[in-house]
Write a protein that binds this ligand. Structure first.
Ligand code: GAL
Length: 461
């Protein structure tokens, strides 16, 4: 009898334990399903990441390659300048370390990450050749057009100056709907066979920019034209009926007789006025002149700005009725510190407000993340000019092989005031944030997400 009682007791316990186990299993399953849902949401939409993410500070710690002599005292500037340094791959990573490749990447909008300094392929799988470039948004076709220097030739040294150069091939054009997957539209302005022509291959064609003129319905390209020693110092203008060209070269001039080297054009979308901005007086100052109504001529009022400052690579944008200009110092292909200047009118007084670079590390910030600006574009996808969110486009030049120069696109914000982040030094109200990878805002369920995330080994790009 006693053993029957024990068996019954054991049986009851067994039933209770089975019940508890079943409940636990159900609970754990539910928890796991919830976890899976949350993590997939985080991966796809990142709703838990704050809307401020693009302007969060991201540090960059570089692990020196083993081949370095004194890896614990790595000086990034020395390594960047030394073309045979084993650390060069930190600046010009091979495709092994990630490539922005629209041909074989998951093209879901949530995974369209920008990868500064990595190789960037076009939709045919070839590295994009649009250096020193700028972007035009064509409202009619809702398409972005990226114009830049096509440098897919051998780098050689100019005879008298020793400056690294590639023979003029022309201006390349790429089109995209999302700023991420770019289709090569061809060389829309090609070098010219005549030795006396501005665009002869022995010369220099740099920093092409295209703006659209509503009155004439033409696309107008301005560019820096020069000889191999940079002593001609002129601007060229070309015109086309279509954004994809072909462009017809019209003339090269020195604007109002002044020497003109690095340049850009800026079209004020509020009133349609366009301006030519160029480094002059042997790069000692920046000049600004308005363009004629058809954008084909330079008007004869010249504003001299940033006098004595030796700035170049101007990139202009507007936010909240204020004009901003990012410039670099003058050190040829080598990077240096960027500065931002502001003015209430393009032809007004320009005031310098500081180095915009935030994050990464000290050497990166002092060298514009080892790049040089070329253009600033309002961020699409819900950020845009209204919210003070832009894309800073820059080139990390590789003077040993100019065609391998990398594109450095990073988020730029304009805030109402100067800011401080913890121990981080004060930075100017225009800030460019370092991110190893980031993506433009994506609208999802009526909300906008800004996502940046440091690269993790094994991540699916
Ligand atoms: C840079 C300029 C580039 C190119 C280079 C040649 O200062 O920004 O566009 O001209 O010099 O050394």
């Amino acid at each position: 009898m006693a053993s029957w009682a024990r068996i019954r007791l054991l049986w009851r316990w067994a039933v209770v334990l089975c019940g508890v186990a079943a409940l636990l299993t159900i609970q754990l399953n539910a928890l796991f399903a919830e976890y899976k849902k949350v993590s997939s949401l985080m991966a796809l939409q990142s709703p838990l990441l704050s809307i401020q993410e693009l302007d969060q500070v991201e540090y960059l710690t570089l692990l020196p390659p083993l081949g370095l002599k004194h890896p614990q005292t790595i000086n990034l500037n020395h390594e960047f300048l030394n073309q045979s340094s084993p650390a060069r791959s930190l600046f010009f990573p091979s495709s092994w370390y990630g490539t922005l490749d629209p041909t074989n990447t998951n093209t879901n909008a949530t995974t369209r990450f920008f990868l500064p300094e990595k190789i960037w392929l076009d939709t045919a799988g070839n590295p994009i050749q649009a250096h020193g470039g700028g972007i035009l948004f064509d409202h009619k076709s809702a398409t972005y057009f990226w114009y830049g220097e096509y440098k897919n030739g051998n780098t050689n040294l100019a005879e008298s100056t020793g400056t690294a150069r590639v023979d003029v091939i022309g201006v390349a054009c790429y089109s995209s709907k999302d700023l991420w997957a770019w289709k090569f539209e061809g060389i829309v302005l090609a070098s010219h066979p005549s030795a006396t022509h501005d665009l002869h291959k022995s010369n220099v064609l740099e920093r092409p920019k295209v703006i659209y003129n509503e009155k004439t319905n033409k696309f107008v390209m301005w560019m820096h034209v020069d000889d191999a020693t940079y002593s001609k110092a002129a601007v060229g203008v070309a015109i086309s009926d279509h954004p994809t060209g072909p462009f017809t070269y019209v003339r090269g001039t020195r604007p109002n007789g002044f020497d003109s080297r690095d340049m850009t054009v800026f079209k004020d979308e509020d009133d349609g006025a366009a301006y030519l901005i160029y480094a002059s007086a042997r790069n000692k100052e920046m000049h600004i002149s308005r363009l004629s109504d058809d954008y084909m001529e330079v008007e004869n009022v010249t504003v001299r700005a940033l006098i004595g400052m030796h700035r170049e690579a101007p990139a202009v944008f507007k936010h909240g009725g204020v004009y901003y200009m990012v410039t670099s110092g003058c050190s040829g292909w080598l990077p240096n510190e960027a500065l931002v200047h502001e003015a209430e009118s393009m032809l007004g007084t320009w005031e310098t407000i500081g180095n915009p670079c935030v994050g990464a590390n000290k050497e990166y910030r002092a060298a514009t993340f080892f790049s040089q600006g070329s253009f600033v574009l309002p961020m699409p996808g819900g950020g845009g000019g209204d919210r003070g969110l832009f894309i800073f486009m820059a080139d990390r030049w590789n003077p040993a092989n100019l065609r391998d120069s990398r594109y450095m696109w990073l988020p730029l914000t304009v805030k109402a005031k100067f800011e401080r982040y913890g121990q981080f030094p004060l930075w100017s109200k225009v800030a460019i944030f370092w991110h190893e990878r980031w993506r433009a805002p994506i609208k999802d369920n009526g909300e906008t997400y800004y996502v940046s995330k440091p690269f993790m080994a094994g991540d699916d790009l």
